[in-house]
Design a protein around this ligand. Structure first.
Ligand code: FVH
Length: 307
């Protein structure tokens, strides 16, 4: 894998030559995220053309100076750089397939959420139409776009990344992961997996204390966040154990943890809270304990298969 290139948000002021050169940008898809992306390129001074299936969503951007394309082909023809951000790859392919020959010679940056397989197939399809393809995973919500906390992961054509990087920096830090178009999606989905597992634990925890009238806000700020922050400090060590496939060193073995998780489930059910968010981790731990006697810690569950 190529060394990731991280573009600091703070470099943007001196890196706005793209706008000076008048490089035009087209944004396809004006939902919450597409509108935020189009707003960022407009604000940076790029001549911006927009297209959306529901044409009315272009209005706020047109009022700010964007040109509205009547068709996808017109939108694609308007700019060398075409940024797409729609619901899913099915919608993306439906849209791009109406572009005809207009795609040839363009750089398509697709920021739609999808799988690595979809990204690779779309790259082949776009390249087959004579365009360069860059896939992206947005690690931000719309209001973060352009801000210091916004990160977008990219993979695919390195040449395309280098060409359009000044535009991409308008969205936040830009990290290039390598030539395989599936890499951005792979990393995006991995980060989202971590996020959804965190949300699952949060939802279960506040439901459990909520059964005794403890307010979610109070519990979250005074206890849950400090606890999770403390637990996060163990992740580098767990990651090192996974890389080394050495799961032996732990003070918190899985046989002990199996009892604690069973207690969470028993107590939840007794308090009237469904334990469905906790059952998958219990299953993983029990499978591993049955196989190994419970030596090793959480890192031994790595790979999602329970070891
Ligand atoms: N919003 C977020 O928090 C997340 C942050 C991380 C990245 N995601 C991904 O971004 C993609 C777009 O998300 P979005 O928030 O903009 O989604 P919506 O506001 O629901 O807009 C959806 C757009 O997709 C268009 N669309 C849907 N189906 C079709 C279709 N068959 N043909 C043409 N366009 C279609 C839709 O058009 P319309 O309904 O306005 O006519 C919107 O432009 C997504 O992959 C997230 O996972 C966002």
């Amino acid at each position: 894998m190529r060394e990731p290139i991280v573009s600091a948000h703070t470099e943007r002021a001196v890196e706005s030559r793209g706008a000076d050169r008048g490089s035009a940008v087209t944004v396809i898809g004006l939902g919450s995220m597409g509108s935020a992306l189009a707003g960022a390129v407009l604000e940076a001074g790029y001549p911006t053309t927009v297209w959306n299936r529901t044409a009315g969503k272009a209005e706020p951007l047109v009022r700010r100076g964007a040109a509205r394309a009547a068709t996808v082909a017109e939108a694609v023809s308007a700019s060398p750089t075409v940024i797409a951000c729609v619901l899913d790859y099915r919608a993306l392919r439906e849209i791009l397939s109406t572009a005809g020959d207009a795609l040839a010679g363009r750089t398509v940056v697709n920021l739609t959420n999808g799988t690595p397989t979809e990204a690779r197939e779309t790259a082949a399809w776009v390249e087959g139409h004579g365009a360069r393809y860059l896939d992206g995973g947005i690690m931000a919500v719309p209001e973060m776009i352009g801000g210091a906390e916004s990160l977008v992961l990219y993979s695919g054509s390195a040449e395309a990344f280098e060409t359009v990087e000044p535009v991409l920096r308008r969205f936040g830090s830009a990290m290039y992961l390598g030539a395989d178009p599936g890499l951005a999606s792979l990393h995006d989905l991995a980060l989202l997996a971590g996020m959804y597992a965190l949300f699952a634990g949060f939802l279960h925890a506040v439901a459990l204390v909520g059964t005794e009238g403890v307010r979610a806000t109070e519990f979250t700020s005074s206890l849950l966040i400090p606890w999770l922050e403390a637990m996060m400090t163990s992740l580098p060590e767990l990651a090192a154990q996974i890389d080394a496939r050495d799961y032996a060193s732990t003070e918190s073995n899985l046989a002990m943890q199996a009892v604690a998780v069973a207690n969470i489930i028993e107590a939840s059910e007794a308090q009237g809270v469904r334990a469905e968010l906790m059952e998958p981790i219990q299953e993983l731990i029990e499978r591993r304990v049955a196989r190994t006697g419970g030596m090793g810690g959480v890192s031994a569950l790595g790979g999602g298969g329970g070891g």
